[in-house]
Write a protein that binds this ligand. Structure first.
Ligand code: PEP
Length: 253
């Protein structure tokens, strides 16, 4: 059986108000999600309202980040169980902006992935190389190291409950999408890496999203690739129309 496509919208630090968040979530909830797992990933402060807006619409809600600890002296952080209590089903771990702007290490990302699974959240573990790493020929080595650390604590059964997102850093928010061939090449590499690290069945179960300037005009060709099982969408998820158009592409892939 094929892997069910998963399209997630990472709203990042948007929109400005809870009213606008509600409006965007309402508009997505009115769309047709078909046979696609659709996830909205708003800022943490909007999760409860977004969850309410999409209830019954077949749309799940995720968080952009979490702290691995359950409680404690971690001012400004949120835990996995707090997110679960809001009805969150997914959490992004190791987005390149968390790694690059906030200095998160791959080991710390691995702690988040393990903690997320423990409370019943599905981690969306992000990996991807910078432009200079790609130009220097180390793209796959970088991705492999991020996966090795991000999945370090997991056995095959736990790994099978994760979603991965390959997001070349040079393609995020830049309008520069990896070509379908470039993306598929890395996704195939990741699939093979998963076979070696776990086993074939686990590797075939895990869904690997592509992220990096996915738009309605390029989504169909990316999603048609055999190892691309969905998309993590930033900019284009801030308009219901463009986000739902990408969901429609996944429905037909
Ligand atoms: C992202 O936020 O993960 C992302 C891929 O952003 P964009 O689609 O805007 O490149």
């Amino acid at each position: 059986m094929g892997r069910r496509p998963i399209i997630a919208g990472n709203w990042k630090l948007n929109p400005d108000s809870v009213e606008q968040a509600r409006e965007l979530a309402d508009a997505v909830a009115e769309g047709d999600v078909g046979e696609v797992d659709v996830v909205l990933i708003p800022p943490a402060v909007f999760i409860a309202q977004v969850r309410q807006a999409v209830a019954g619409a077949g749309v799940a809600v995720g968080a952009q980040n979490m702290h691995p600890a359950a409680n404690g002296a971690f001012t400004g952080e949120v835990s996995g169980s707090m997110l679960r209590s809001l009805g969150c089903a997914y959490v992004v771990c190791g987005h390149s902006e968390r790694r690059g702007v906030f200095g998160e290490t791959s080991e710390f990302v691995g702690e988040k992935v393990a903690a997320a699974l423990q409370v019943g959240l599905t981690p969306i573990l992000c990996c991807g190389e910078t432009r200079s790493q790609r130009d220097g020929g180390s793209a796959t080595a970088v991705v492999a190291q991020q996966l090795r650390d991000g999945l370090a604590a997991l056995d095959a059964e736990a790994a099978a409950r994760c979603v991965l997102a390959y997001e070349p850093v040079w393609a995020i928010g830049t309008g520069l999408t990896a070509t379908p061939q470039q993306a598929e090449e890395t996704h195939a590499f990741i699939r093979h890496w998963l076979v070696e690290r776990f086993d074939r069945e686990t590797a075939e179960t895990i869904r690997i999203q592509y992220g990096g300037s996915v738009k309605p005009h390029n989504a169909a060709e990316l999603l048609a690739q055999p190892n691309i099982d969905g998309a993590l969408v930033g900019g284009a998820s801030l308009k219901a129309e463009s986000f739902l158009a990408i969901v429609g592409c996944a429905s037909r892939s």
